[in-house]
Ligand binder design. Structure first.
Ligand SMILES: [Fe+2]
Length: 254
């Protein structure tokens, strides 16, 4: 499996504290069936600043350590960028790191309590530059939980989204789990990822989430999410299903 969102780089944010912990996380990821993992440290989230060149240096070092320790996991480049008005200044300064540095897909984080008024503008401007933002864990955003239609509008505009496996598994409570299901049912998510921060409280629960999705929606839906992550590794475009507006009634499932 491929995990597109994870805080495994040592000593850069609230994820792994040091190389020893990163290697332990890597061993757990491999045990969980993960072969490729995008290391995506926080950037500009009011606490952490991790610019592109630093992430690349650390990812190279981690890949070297994985090889030396015979851990069969490949680290890919990434960054979890908090939305901010100056994102384009950061882009110009080459501080922003797209997934695999391909200039095409960027993990974009909203503040947990709200959706800033300039969000649609930022999405639009990124798309104009050929960068598709992947909004991480929309199911945990307070404003989106209250206003599902706004998420539909962001996806309709061209943003992709990534649900966190722990949300589907119920680790963040019933409300977030229920919203995660609605997001899947309305074709408003394109990736599932762990957003792992450690091996205890926020680990690599990807397989369990896929099992829940398979049980509720069939194996094709799980393949859809898995294949989209593979598309990123292959430097190809993910598959995008037509988003369903919330006014339509969805029958059955979950
Ligand atoms: Fe994250």
């Amino acid at each position: 499996m491929i995990d597109i969102h994870c805080h495994i780089l040592p000593g850069v944010d609230d994820g792994s504290a040091d190389m020893k912990e990163s290697l332990n996380m890597a061993r757990k990821a491999v045990e969980a069936g993960i072969t490729h993992l995008f290391a995506t440290p926080h950037h500009l989230n009011e606490k952490y600043v991790n610019v592109k060149r630093d992430i690349i240096d650390r990812a190279v070092r981690l890949n070297d350590s994985l090889q030396q320790n015979n851990i069969p996991l490949i680290i890919h480049l990434g960054q979890e960028v908090r939305i901010h008005r100056d994102i384009f200044t950061s882009l110009e300064k080459e501080e922003i790191l797209t997934l695999d540095d391909n200039g095409k897909y960027l993990l974009l984080e909203l503040p947990s309590g709200k959706v800033p008024t300039y969000t649609k503008e930022v999405i639009y401007e990124l798309l104009l530059k050929g960068i598709t933002p992947i909004i991480v864990h929309p199911e945990r955003n307070k404003e989106l939980i209250e206003n599902h239609k706004l998420l539909f509008e962001l996806v309709q505009e061209g943003a992709l989204t990534q649900l966190t496996s722990g949300s589907i598994n119920g680790n963040f409570g019933k409300k977030i789990q229920s919203f995660s299901k609605k997001i899947i049912e309305h074709n408003l998510s394109h990736f599932i990822a762990t957003d792992a921060h450690n091996i205890i409280s926020r680990g690599f629960s990807l397989q369990h989430a896929y099992e829940i999705i398979t049980k509720a929606y069939g194996i094709e839906r799980t393949f859809y999410f898995k294949e989209n992550a593979e598309q990123l590794i292959k430097k190809q475009s993910p598959f995008i299903e037509k988003p369903v507006p919330f006014k339509k009634k969805i029958f059955g499932i979950f």
